[in-house]
Design a protein around this ligand. Structure first.
Ligand SMILES: Nc1ncnc2c1ncn2[C@@H]1O[C@H](COP(=O)(O)OP(=O)(O)OP(=O)(O)O)[C@@H](O)[C@H]1O
Ligand SMILES: Nc1nc2c(ncn2[C@H]2C[C@H](O)[C@@H](COP(=O)(O)OP(=O)(O)O)O2)c(=O)[nH]1
Length: 227
């Protein structure tokens, strides 16, 4: 059996983590794990952690580290037979250290996208709140305006995606992500990609992964929630 592959994708809000993760999952058969999806599943199932996490997310705050690690690490430990790509975790040094004690990462992708680009994308980002599916009116519009493609339910915009809130969110991201990025740099597994368009960054990520993932045993093209 081919060696399992463990990767993380990092980047500020709107940098394209979700979009690129889906492409990686489709092209390389890794399972796309998303901290946001996982939190939404817990909220929908009314688990104790989900109820707690909801109180933070509703206020536009990050969920505390101990809640995130207690929720996610056991799930990652269970994934003994699959290669995966984690999107949205870790995003603090405490989370990264906790992840480190659970598994050895092979690769970290960091997206470095200019502020103006993030601002434009996010002010035009529409979300299906129940699933977390995202649309952008120019880049990946829904089939029917204002409606989710799968459920037909209405799409919403988040206040914290609007320019007034964005500056603070990006500053916060930079502060908390810097030590995480430094940690992965020191381990020699960090790969940074800069640019303004996902379609132009993607070929570089694709060719990097082609050199790292030699065999593709799990050509599973779906975005699979954690077990
Ligand atoms: N690793 C994490 N640590 C703390 N809170 C998290 C983490 N991942 C997700 N969250 C919380 O869950 C919420 C939803 O996460 P999700 O990644 O779907 O959305 P987001 O805010 O749109 O992120 P982005 O803007 O980067 O796409 C976040 O706003 C945050 O409150
Ligand atoms: N115009 C444009 N929009 C893009 C591009 N790549 C992604 N997007 C859109 C899709 C989303 O609406 C928004 C943010 O992307 P995302 O994949 O949700 O980012 P992230 O928050 O998971 O990091 O930007 C891109 O290259 N151009």
């Amino acid at each position: 059996m081919a060696k399992l592959f463990r990767a993380v994708i990092m980047g500020p809000p709107g940098s394209g983590k979700g979009t690129i993760s889906e492409r990686i999952a489709q092209s390389f058969g890794l399972k796309h794990l998303s901290s946001g999806d996982f939190l939404r599943e817990n909220i929908a199932a009314n688990t104790e952690a989900g109820v707690l996490a909801k109180t933070y997310i509703e206020r536009g705050l990050m969920v505390p580290d101990h809640v995130m690690t207690r929720l996610l690490l056991p799930r990652l430990e269970e994934m003994t037979r699959h290669s995966w790509l984690m999107d949205g975790f870790p995003c603090t040094l405490a989370q990264a250290k906790a992840l480190n004690s659970t598994c050895d990462l092979d690769l970290v992708i960091s997206l470095n996208i200019p502020y103006e680009t993030l601002k434009d994308r996010l002010s035009d980002r529409w979300i299906h709140p129940a699933s977390g599916r995202v649309y952008n009116m120019g880049f990946n519009p829904p089939r029917v305006q204002g409606r989710d493609d799968l459920s037909g339910e209405p799409l919403i915009q988040h206040d914290n995606d609007q320019p007034e809130a964005l500056v603070a969110r990006l500053r916060h991201y930079k502060d908390v992500a810097k030590p995480v990025i430094d940690l992965y740099k020191s381990k020699g597994i960090l790969h940074t990609f800069s640019g303004t368009e996902t379609d132009r960054i993607w070929p570089y990520i694709n060719s990097l992964l082609s050199t790292k993932i030699l065999s593709r045993p799990e050509m599973d093209t779906q975005h699979i929630p954690m077990p």
